[in-house]
Design a binder for this molecule. Structure first.
Ligand SMILES: [Zn+2]
Ligand SMILES: [Zn+2]
Length: 110
């Protein structure tokens, strides 16, 4: 039994140690409905004139985190609204998706 388990584990284990990534903003889940995020989000949208900063499209806008901050002492990521405004930008959903498929959001461990 032990051997069997070990075999399964070894096989299932990813080669690289999995990083604690909020891979999509969606994984913040319920946090995005938080009042504090709504306020932060509308602040960023207003600053960016309610337009995608890449293509200027003005519908279906999303606020993108250009980096994620992982607080080592707390062993968790900062909440979405705890980021400084300069790390947040307004994107339309297609620029947002394209960005995420091209680039990996850097994780900064603090
Ligand atoms: Zn766009
Ligand atoms: Zn994003």
């Amino acid at each position: 039994m032990k051997l069997y388990r070990r075999y399964i584990n070894a096989k299932d284990q990813p080669k690289k140690k999995a990083e604690p990534i909020p891979d999509k903003h969606g994984s913040y889940g319920a946090l995005l409905f938080d009042r504090r995020w709504k306020d932060k989000r509308s602040l960023i949208l207003t600053r960016d004139n309610n337009k995608c900063v890449i293509c200027g499209f003005d519908e279906g806008l999303q606020v993108h985190h250009r980096q994620y901050l992982y607080v080592k002492a707390l062993k968790k990521f900062k909440s979405p609204w705890e980021y400084s405004n300069k790390t947040l930008i307004t994107l339309c959903s297609s620029c947002h998706q394209r960005g995420h498929s091209k680039f990996k959001v850097p994780i900064i461990y603090i």
